[in-house]
Design a protein around this ligand. Sequence first.
Ligand code: G
Ligand code: G
Ligand code: MN
Ligand code: NA
Length: 253
Amino acid sequence: VKIEQALRSAISDDELFMVYQPQVTPEGDFYGVEALLRWQSATLGFVPPDRFISVAETSGQMPAIGNFITQQTLKDVKEVQSTLNRSFHTSINISVRQLMEVGFAERFIQSIQTNNLDNASITLEITESLFIEDIDHIVPLLQEFKDHGLEISMDDFGTGYSSLSVLRRLPIDELKIDKSFIDVMFVDESSQKMVQNIIMIGKNLEMDIVAEGVETQEQVNILKAFGCDRIQGYHFAKPMRKEALVQYIEEHD
Ligand code: G
Ligand code: G
Ligand code: MN
Ligand code: NA
């Protein structure tokens, strides 16, 4: 109840903001960013998104917060791209309920145009657990984004229960291997083999593979050897505000 109430004024009180975590190639070249929501509450302090996004959804606040995420991200990204005079890829997390909102795709795509960004530079990240809920319902919703040139990424891959046939039926461009697999790659050999196999399966389905939560050079080396396309993690960069992102890209371009 506390979170639910405090969240109701979070947008108007300017307590929500976006941070951006770079994604790089295994060689460390800048590729793009994932946009991540942050809430610095006057009454509750910092509240992590995995604590309040589910509350936002069950209390009917996700349309407003989702709209904030979209608008703020596209505005920030346009600003950074204009400052640097270069474009880059941006991944935006989309929740189950957002995708189901009537007219969501249309509004989302309109916002990209309003901000003068390229559709092909925007990737929607959908968490794997969503895909098992109602695949027949979800495929056409995702296809609408694909038809407009956006890319779709399956987030947290490996934590849900997607069968290979589900993976094949979905219009997916990218798999993000969940951090929990990366964490234990050097702890148990079976998880290292799992990561290698996920990469092979994804590649065979012509998907790009992104590894999340990469924190060491040893992890980078083995992911590169396995053919992983992109890496995201504290080893390269933490999520940061748009001003810091400008500086990061200038230094790593
Ligand atoms: O940024 P952090 O690692 O603390 O995020 C924790 C969880 O919150 C992740 O599962 C992430 O997907 C989710 N999350 C972060 N930002 C957003 C967002 O903008 N939209 C949605 N739907 N989820 C987000
Ligand atoms: O959307 P998703 O569930 O993928 O959320 C990614 C989350 O993982 C973000 O909240 C981000 O802050 C976090 N994260 C990204 N890289 C690292 C990392 O290297 N280590 C840790 N501990 N967390 C990370
Ligand atoms: Mn994500
Ligand atoms: Na993830």
